[in-house]
Ligand binder design. Structure first.
Ligand SMILES: CC(C)(COP(=O)(O)OP(=O)(O)OC[C@H]1O[C@@H](n2cnc3c(N)ncnc32)[C@H](O)[C@@H]1OP(=O)(O)O)[C@@H](O)C(=O)NCCC(=O)NCCS
Length: 182
């Protein structure tokens, strides 16, 4: 690159998707693999075979109660978040969906993608009339915990047997946000 030229600006964007083209699916699988290898957060503990990973993401798009957001850094899919809607036949909990599998590939962190995804999901929830949003996270996910607490989530509980990593139990933290509280 010509050193006299300014570095290109980094573009960050977030979108709610109902389908993924070949390139975006590949990028999302790559981003997921990178997050798993980094060892922080995604439900899988080891990278999955590519065909299985693709089936997972295609499955997400097929489940009516799961909504998918992706985050792009300079056009490439580098992050995602899902919203698990309340069970259709549970009127008592119809106000409160769950944020899940919220992650940014390690190479794309520090550009506001996590915050952008969270804000897009919250905006959707507000538009749909949901009043609360919940999530849970391993106690070891320090950065994620910081992001959620900065965004107004309140920790309401802990579960010492939340996850098992390398044979050791890891505590989970449970959070909720009142979306009506300004
Ligand atoms: C949790 C996780 C998503 C946070 O990613 P992140 O890159 O740190 O968060 P963001 O993408 O919002 O980036 C925020 C940082 O980008 C920087 N930034 C640059 N441009 C920005 C912008 N336009 N808007 C906001 N922040 C911006 C800021 O420095 C900010 O840091 P600060 O909040 O200390 O000021 C990421 O660490 C991760 O994927 N972890 C593993 C998965 C996980 O734990 N998920 C949660 C449970 S499922």
């Amino acid at each position: 690159m010509d050193a006299s030229q300014p570095a290109p600006a980094t573009s960050v964007s977030v979108e709610h998707v109902t389908e993924l083209n070949r390139l975006d699916l590949d990028d999302l699988c790559d981003a997921t693999d990178a997050a798993i290898v980094d060892g922080n957060g995604f439900g899988w503990l080891t990278p999955q075979p590519r065909d299985q990973m693709e089936r997972y993401w295609k499955g997400v798009l097929l489940v009516p109660e799961r909504l998918l957001w992706i985050g792009r850094l300079d056009g490439s899919v580098a992050a995602s978040a899902q919203l698990q809607l309340p069970p259709r036949f549970n009127e008592a909990q119809a106000h409160c969906p769950q944020l899940t599998t919220h992650f940014v590939a390690p190479w794309a962190r520090g550009h506001g993608l996590a915050a952008g995804l969270l804000e897009a999901v919250e905006e959707y929830c507000g538009q749909q009339g949901y009043t609360h949003l919940r999530l849970d996270v391993r106690c070891t996910q320090a950065r994620a915990i910081e992001v959620y607490e900065d965004h107004g989530f309140t920790r309401w509980g802990e579960l010492p047997s939340y996850a098992k990593i390398d044979g050791k139990l890891v505590t989970g933290y449970f959070y909720v946000k009142d979306l009506t509280a300004g």
